[in-house]
Design a protein around this ligand. Structure first.
Ligand code: PXP
Length: 239
């Protein structure tokens, strides 16, 4: 199972003072050196963390894939194409939310996606949709001819231990269905060491994308150490 490290919150801290420190590029390079498989960034409409120039800087300087999370808008799709992005994950976005609050409402965005996803794929961009673990989403994904999804693990991540089984079952079912339709599955949101321990037992998830916890823990233990520990957890299962 691969690990994508979301470095948005390094930019959040940098932006708090408006200068250049701490550097998202430095975080990306340390992540790369520590074994992360990809770097994930979300270009939000309000640019509250990562900005356009960060992305250009990252693309030119890292050696592992960059995954860009974007809202389904013409501007964001054009940005991905113009900057030669290789992989995008399409996420919903509300201006006032603290973080991405759920998966994409495919019905509401269906026409836009149907008309515009091929602009990305025709430019060689791998497209994934961030979805809630609701089985009917897979049918809609197939209609859009999308080959990858990221499952929103937020409900599981927020659940008390006594409720975890219920949310894990939802994730297991959608991973099975997606895999049976040859759809590649990744997962993320709100994952911690504890929460990852149970997710890695689900067969069929290719990648986890983790941001807030890794960057938060890095304040106390260092980014390299936190990524090592996360990867060790994830790779122990692969043996
Ligand atoms: N995956 C997606 C699509 C996201 O939007 C986010 C948050 O930006 C994450 C993963 C990472 O979530 P967290 O920061 O809670 O680990």
């Amino acid at each position: 199972m691969k690990l994508g490290v979301n470095i948005d919150h390094v930019a959040t801290i940098r932006n708090a003072r408006g200068g250049v420190h701490p550097s998202p590029l430095k975080a990306a390079l340390i992540s790369e050196k520590s074994g992360a498989d990809s770097i994930v960034v979300h270009l939000r409409e309000d640019r509250r963390h990562i900005k356009e120039e960060d992305i250009r800087f990252l693309i030119n300087n890292i050696n592992i894939p960059l995954q860009l999370e974007i809202a389904p808008t013409e501007f964001m799709f054009n940005f991905a194409i113009a900057n030669n992005i290789k992989k995008v994950c399409i996420v919903p976005e509300k201006r006032k939310e603290l973080t991405t609050e759920g998966g994409l409402d495919i019905n509401n965005n269906f026409e836009f996606l149907k008309e515009n996803i091929n602009k990305l794929t025709n430019n060689g961009i791998e497209v994934s949709l961030f979805i809630d673990p609701i089985l009917s989403n897979i049918k809609k994904i197939k209609k859009l001819d999308v080959k990858s999804v990221e499952i929103h693990t937020g409900n599981y991540a927020n659940a008390a231990e006594s409720e975890e089984k219920f949310f894990l079952k939802e994730i297991i079912k959608i991973v099975e269905l997606a895999n049976s339709e040859q759809i590649v599955v990744s997962a993320g949101h709100g994952l911690t060491y504890e929460k990852v321990k149970k997710i890695i037992n689900i067969p069929g998830i290719k990648e986890l994308n983790i941001g807030h916890f890794i960057i938060g823990e890095a304040i106390f233990y260092g980014l390299e150490n936190v990524i090592f520990k996360m990867l060790k957890l994830m790779r122990e299962k692969d043996k």
